[in-house]
Design a protein around this ligand. Structure first.
Ligand SMILES: NC(=O)c1ccc[n+]([C@@H]2O[C@H](COP(=O)([O-])OP(=O)(O)OC[C@H]3O[C@@H](n4cnc5c(N)ncnc54)[C@H](OP(=O)(O)O)[C@@H]3O)[C@@H](O)[C@H]2O)c1
Length: 293
């Protein structure tokens, strides 16, 4: 039994990949009053059948927030996918949580969240962190490192072409699986107190060279790393069809891997889940089909 197993717990974005796993984990760990908040409750009938209360919750709909938050003691805010509007959206739910008397908020942030011009997509997370820290509500900021799942998006192409394009000087990325990040967030909702900022990482930093070697080992196909500059990477991503701004965000993440921000390794997953994080090699082995192996 965790310290807050009987508190009223709400997870936002509960129909998303991470939010859904977090709700399932809370129920599996014996939480007794779990609320799953989502813009579309019809997607969560299975969670209702497992014992969660489902409430309509949309950060963009201020009128929905007081009812969604009524009676909630501890809140997990899953950062949204509305890039460019997230700081404003997440400020709205923090303000509503304050008005509703929420005691503690867990927030899914990003590694090295900062306001600097080179910070790409993580700037919105920084301003959400600031809003949270200014709110007077207890907080646990979980800076989720790169999901291991992100590497599957282009793995098939990388392996079939035999070429992995990455930035010169890459010092590694401590990929964490989405499930480990979600279970960590659930654990923090059940246990965390005070005000903390914690990096949520995998077991070890993986460089592009190591990632290519794992792809080769699992598929038997040679994969070579082609080291390029940030402008070359930006150009390549845009040529592949990504919007300019989003491509810039991805390049910023890779620049942070060069500066070492993404190579951090912590024990946060183990502390909140009781298990060591899934290694990147084990993650890829479990997803061999996505590699075309
Ligand atoms: N660390 C990483 O590598 C990485 C990679 C990708 C994304 N992320 C971040 O992590 C978050 C969770 O990841 P995921 O894989 O679960 O993403 P996802 O499956 O795409 O889910 C998007 C989430 O945003 C929520 N959302 C969107 N608009 C909202 C609104 N107006 N009000 C409330 N919630 C809203 C959705 O909730 P409902 O649909 O249930 O309302 C859903 O939980 C993402 O949204 C993003 O901020 C991190």
């Amino acid at each position: 039994m965790s310290k807050f197993s009987n508190a009223t717990l709400l997870v936002t974005g509960a129909s998303g990949h991470l939010g859904r796993i977090a709700v399932e984990e809370l129920l599996a760990r014996g939480a007794t009053r779990v609320i799953a908040g989502t813009r579309d409750p019809s997607k969560l009938q299975d969670l209702a059948a497992k014992g969660a209360e489902v409430r309509t919750l949309d950060f963009d709909d201020a009128a929905s927030l007081p009812a969604a938050l009524a009676g909630v003691e501890r809140l997990l805010i899953v950062s949204t996918d509305a890039i460019g509007r997230r700081a404003e959206q997440q400020k709205a739910i923090i303000d509503a949580a304050k008005a509703a008397g929420v005691k503690h908020i867990v927030y899914t942030s990003a590694p090295a969240a900062r306001p600097d011009a080179d910070a790409g997509l993580s700037t919105e997370h920084f301003w959400t962190e600031v809003a949270l820290a200014s709110s007077g509500i207890g907080f646990t900021i979980l800076r989720n490192h790169m999901y291991a799942e992100n590497t599957l998006a282009d793995a098939g192409h990388v392996i079939s072409s035999g070429q992995l394009f990455g930035l010169i000087g890459d010092r590694g990325t401590s990929y964490v699986t989405r499930a480990d990040a979600a279970k960590t967030a659930a654990g923090a909702l059940l246990e965390a107190e005070g005000n903390t900022v914690e990096d949520v990482t995998g077991a070890a930093p993986i460089t592009n060279v190591e990632r290519a070697a794992l792809f080769s080992k699992l598929t038997g196909k040679p994969v070579e790393v082609i080291a390029i500059t940030p402008p070359q990477l930006q150009q390549g991503l845009v040529a592949a069809g990504l919007p300019e701004g989003f491509a810039g965000g991805l390049v910023a993440f890779q620049r942070d891997a060069v500066t070492g921000h993404h190579g951090v390794v912590t024990d946060t997953v183990e502390r909140y889940t009781g298990k060591k994080p899934t290694t990147f090699a084990d993650f890829l082995a479990a997803n061999k089909a996505a590699l075309g192996a």
